[in-house]
Design a protein around this ligand. Structure first.
Ligand code: F6P
Length: 501
């Protein structure tokens, strides 16, 4: 087994860089997907911005620099992506259908995704998937190496690209490299299952700064790097291969200003009233919004609600639930199975408890424009976010940010990264069906005064920072670590002691 794929490749000499120096970017973002995606409309296929706060945040950071975004344009449709998006240059990394099967569906989403999410489904380990993962990571690293200006900054995102930092460092030791993991980083007991654990660790340690969603994940990583690769140092600053690497928690958040503006929009407020009317003006609207993913605990939540209808705590004339399940990774057998069993549970629930003309659960398996999601947040009295494991979960934060009149209650899994910040939620262990039922009952019965107090506590915390602050704080730390490392290289710094920070 190769211990370090990048070491097979030597530094790229200036003369071998295919992009002329004048066209290289000072700041490069490398992510699995480009910030635009191809969608099918009545007029044919067109490129639209990919949804999500990350694109919004990075777009504004990138617009202030001579910058470039490197990513995969997606599997659907034909035609090349645009050359720019909102003034940012785009560089597409091509992935063939066979590579897509091994790299995206295989190693990324059937090995790493379940392993990093508490092995809720058994991870599958295939050597040929790993070979393609290395190959595609090298393709991304090479694209970044060719495109970044001397001494520039490259920010690499997420679990699909964990080898890129070290590959890029081998090719371009002059650049500053940051990596942020959007999903959980697992505890040692799980991570150790990975046959290529040392290569992944060495890949990440090619960064100057490795960022995680919560401190626990940062210390999982540092501890494993010390044990497995003999890195020295603390949970927040490691020394490896003669360099310093910063490690820290940078909890991602939302575009609060955008949500504030949209929730004040009269059209969206009217749409929220219309949704409640369409649902039959029930006393209580419960809402779930998730990608259709087995990590999200959607079935467990619906089973708990079904039991509350069965025991008479809830009734079809007073309580209605809306569950949005956004289609995701549909070519993966686990996801296909999850969809079938979820739809079975939904249909059983409706069959057993609905009234003529008014189903108790409105199930929407579709992509939803953000305006419509916002209207749903405004229409919902109780939001249910109950993943078995989640890096952060921005839906929980979006719901809280949208509740400007301090109404609304949040039932939240203690295993979502957001739980560390949203202490005013009704917390649940998503594996505990009775616990979910109890939390929903508490949310149904809570006094308006206590509900307001809980919501204002969560809003204070959520509105303190936005996604722009998140990006700035990561980039400021990256600059700081790189400066400390340069001082150390110049012999002006004592490397960190071993142990915890
Ligand atoms: O949460 C991790 C993530 O990769 C996000 O970045 C992305 O929005 C989501 O999962 C869906 O991922 P994809 O459709 O690219 O597999």
């Amino acid at each position: 087994m190769n211990s370090n794929t990048a070491s097979e490749h030597s530094t790229i000499g200036e003369e071998h860089l295919s992009v002329p120096a004048s066209e290289r970017a000072d700041f490069v973002v490398v992510a699995n997907r480009l910030p635009v995606q191809q969608v099918v409309t009545e007029g044919g296929e067109e490129w639209r911005p990919s949804p999500g706060g990350l694109v919004t945040a990075l777009t504004s950071v990138l617009q202030n620099h001579n910058s470039l975004w490197i990513g995969w344009p997606g599997a659907s449709g034909d035609g090349d992506p645009p050359l720019t998006y909102e003034g940012i240059r785009l560089k597409a990394v091509a992935i063939s259908p066979a590579e897509h099967d091994n790299f995206y569906l295989g190693f990324s989403n059937a090995t790493l995704w379940p392993l990093y999410h508490d092995a809720i489904r058994a991870p599958t380990f295939h050597r040929h998937w790993w070979q393609t993962y290395k190959k595609i990571n090298m393709r991304f690293a090479t694209a970044a190496a060719e495109s970044v200006a001397p001494g520039g900054t490259v920010w690499i995102h997420d679990y699909q690209l964990q080898l890129v930092p070290n590959m890029l460092r081998q090719l371009r030791p002059d650049v500053r490299i940051g990596f942020f993991l959007h999903i959980p980083f697992p505890p040692s007991e799980l991570f150790m299952q990975l046959p290529w654990r040392k290569e992944i660790l060495a890949g990440l340690l090619g960064s100057d700064l490795v960022g995680f969603q919560v401190p626990q994940m940062a210390s999982n990583f540092s501890r494993i790097a010390r044990r497995q690769l003999g890195a020295k140092g603390t949970d927040s600053m490691l020394e490896y291969d003669g360099r310093l690497i910063g490690v820290g928690a940078f909890p991602i958040t939302i575009d609060t200003a955008q949500i504030r503006a949209l929730t004040a929009d009269a059209k969206i407020r009217e749409r929220a009233r219309e949704i409640r009317r369409d649902l039959g003006n029930p006393e209580v609207v419960l809402l779930g919004v998730d990608r259709l993913d087995y990590t999200k605990g959607i079935q467990q939540r619906i089973r708990a609600i079904t039991e509350l209808y069965a025991d008479g705590t809830m009734s079809g004339d007073k309580h209605v639930m809306v569950q949005v399940a956004v289609p995701s990774r549909e070519a993966d057998a686990h996801y296909e199975l999850e969809r079938h069993s979820l739809e079975q549970v939904v249909s059983e629930m409706n069959g057993d408890h609905s009234l003529v003309g008014s189903p108790i659960i409105h199930y929407l398996h579709q992509n939803m424009p953000f305006d419509e999601l916002l209207a749903l947040y405004l229409a919902a009295d109780i939001m249910l976010v109950t993943p078995f494991r989640d890096g952060m979960n921005l839906v929980a934060k979006e719901y809280v940010a949208s509740r400007t009149n301090l109404t609304g209650r949040l039932v939240l899994s203690e295993f979502a990264g957001a739980a560390a910040e949203l202490r005013g939620a009704f917390m649940v262990n998503p594996h505990d069906l009775d616990g979910i039922k109890e939390a929903v009952c508490l949310a149904l019965k809570v006094s308006p005064k206590e509900a307001r107090a809980r919501m204002s506590r969560m809003r204070r915390r959520t509105l303190r920072h936005d996604v722009y602050d998140w990006a700035e704080s990561f980039l400021a730390s990256l600059q700081h670590v790189a400066a400390v490392d340069s001082r150390e290289q110049a012999g002006e710094f004592d490397p960190p002691e071993d142990g915890k920070s």
